[in-house]
Design a protein around this ligand. Structure first.
Ligand code: KIV
Ligand code: ZN
Length: 513
């Protein structure tokens, strides 16, 4: 029997630390639901002490998610551990992940603490965390640059205090596989009662070796990998979940472990995270890149046609690729629509939501004769990004663009229920549309990112637009999809404004939009 490798996803915590990847509570919940559907073992939902918004998001995820363990990060101090404990309280299974830095440079320059004080703080944090849950994880931040004797000492102390998982992070992405594997072998041999806890690896990708280092740790005995969807994360990112999972699945001869992941949910998770964060996936990214299974050279194509395994070590459908599968058309009914959504793992919460989504599907089918799975996913993700209260709403639009003339946009919006007509010129129709919206919304927000992506192939494909706005230190990503990319752009801008408005309402100290 193969041993179980625990998959600990930190997209919602370390992943959110990527610049501009801040997520709203609803967005985090949508990702958490997809992670649960994918059967991730542990979801690190955030860092409760960081802000009331973070704590609230963790609490909501803890209330909703039933199949995965829900975890909050906490520094090794009383305030953080209590905040984490409160946030995970509603969880069916909750974990507190407490950490403190253990490298000489971090202890001396950042913490300004003596090693003895660091051990005492770690032990106290673990003991306090155990008052909230039996499932306590301890991390030695910057373990990669920590002294081995000190790591052995602190891990021994926190295991005695009740930690059940010991995480060894390469916080700065400095290691290489041979050394990282060696570090685990030494720890497993030297730490008393090492066999009573789960050893975990957490690698950053600064030298492009996060996945290789994580796998070296697994080969050396680690039984939990901390990772993120699409490798999202601080600086160059974290180890990518999809690469780790598919590596151990494809090479059981090397690793001899198995995960509980439903790999057919991987592509959907990747697309969701990319759409919500506005971080595109590079086409040649392993597993989830658009070209990951494309064979271009004649020799390869010939080989694959004769026998798939000549050039394919994994099957695209095993990770959830559905090659532009024609799904539904204009004449498809509500039942077919609902059934296909179910097959795609999209949950419809109510009859009202179904009716609304179906009406939008019919509108799309009028514009686009063939509806693919990707269109349905975009449509439903558009449904889900619509905030409960739409302060700003697009009613209608007209764009004018002609050689030799200045592009112009005329839009009708509702703002707080009042209908307003607005018009502006710009360097292009998208610029004109944004100026027109801004001239009446007067948000003062700064546009940080504008990106367009075609959802399927063909010139009638829907364009999916992400707009990142920042205001008063708060960053939001708005999304919009439409067969007309100017309309999709206007929708994305308005969606971002609604999110800023929602944030301002929750935090009145941020001037209301
Ligand atoms: O990279 C790191 O060290 C971390 C810890 C908090 C686990 O993210
Ligand atoms: Zn990290």
């Amino acid at each position: 029997m193969k041993e179980r490798l625990v998959i600990f996803d930190t997209t919602l915590r370390d992943g959110e630390q990527s610049p501009g990847a801040a997520m709203t509570k609803d967005e985090k919940l949508r990702i958490a639901r997809q992670l649960e559907r994918m059967r991730v073992d542990v979801i690190e939902a955030g860092f409760a002490a960081a802000s009331p918004g973070d704590a609230e998001a963790i609490r909501t995820i803890a209330e909703t998610i039933k199949e995965s363990t829900v975890c909050s990060l906490a520094r090794a101090n009383e305030r953080d551990v209590r905040a984490a404990g409160e946030a995970i309280r509603p969880a069916a299974r909750g974990r507190i992940h407490t950490f403190i830095a253990t490298s000489p440079i971090h202890m001396e320059k950042k913490l300004r603490m003596q090693p003895d004080q660091v051990v005492d703080a770690a032990v106290a944090a673990v003991k306090l965390a155990r008052q909230f849950t039996d499932d306590v994880e301890f991390s030695a931040e910057d373990a990669v640059r920590s002294d081995m004797d000190f790591l052995v000492r602190i891990f021994d102390a926190v295991i005695k205090a009740g930690a059940k998982t010991i995480n060894v992070p390469d916080t700065v992405g400095y290691s290489i596989p041979e050394l990282w594997g060696e570090r685990f072998r030494t720890l497993l041999a030297r730490v008393p009662d090492a066999d009573k806890v789960v050893w975990s690896t957490h690698c950053h990708n600064d030298l492009g070796m996060a996945v290789a280092n994580s796998l070296a740790a697994v080969a050396a005995g680690a039984r939990q990998v901390e990772c993120t969807i699409n490798g999202l994360g601080e600086r160059a990112g974290n180890a990518s979940l999809e690469e780790v999972v598919m590596a151990v699945r494809t090479r059981p001869d090397v690793f001899g472990v198995e995960t509980g992941i439903d790999t057919t949910q991987i592509v959907a998770a990747s697309k969701l995270v990319s759409t919500i964060t506005g971080y595109p996936v590079q086409p040649n990214k392993a597993i989830v890149g658009a070209n990951a299974f494309a064979h271009e050279s004649g020799i390869h194509q010939d080989g694959v046609l004769k026998h798939r395994e000549t050039y394919e070590i994994m099957r695209p459908e095993d990770v959830g690729w559905t090659t532009n599968r024609l799904t539904l058309g204009k004449l498809s009914g509500r039942n077919a629509f609902r059934a296909r959504l179910g097959e795609l793992g999209i949950v419809i919460e109510s009859e009202e939501q179904l009716n609304h989504a179906f009406a939008r599907f019919k509108e799309l089918a009028d514009k686009k004769s063939e509806i693919f799975d990707e269109d349905l996913q975009a449509l439903m993700s558009d449904e889900a990004v619509t905030p409960e209260v739409e302060h700003y709403k697009l009613v209608s639009s007209r764009f004018h663009s002609e050689t030799g003339e200045t592009p112009n946009a005329t839009l009708t919006l509702t703002i707080g229920g009042d209908e307003i007509k607005t018009e502006a010129s710009g360097s292009g129709p998208v610029d004109a549309a944004f100026r027109a919206i801004e001239s009446v919304a007067k948000s003062g927000a700064e546009l940080q990112l504008y990106s367009v992506n075609a959802i399927t192939t063909g010139t009638d494909a829907q364009g999916e637009v992400t707009v990142r706005l920042s205001r008063a230190g708060r960053v939001v990503n708005g999304q919009g999809a439409d067969t007309d990319i100017i309309v999709a752009s206007a929708k994305a801008y308005i969606n971002a404004l609604n999110k800023l408005h929602g944030v301002a309402k929750l935090n009145p100290q941020i001037e209301t939009l």
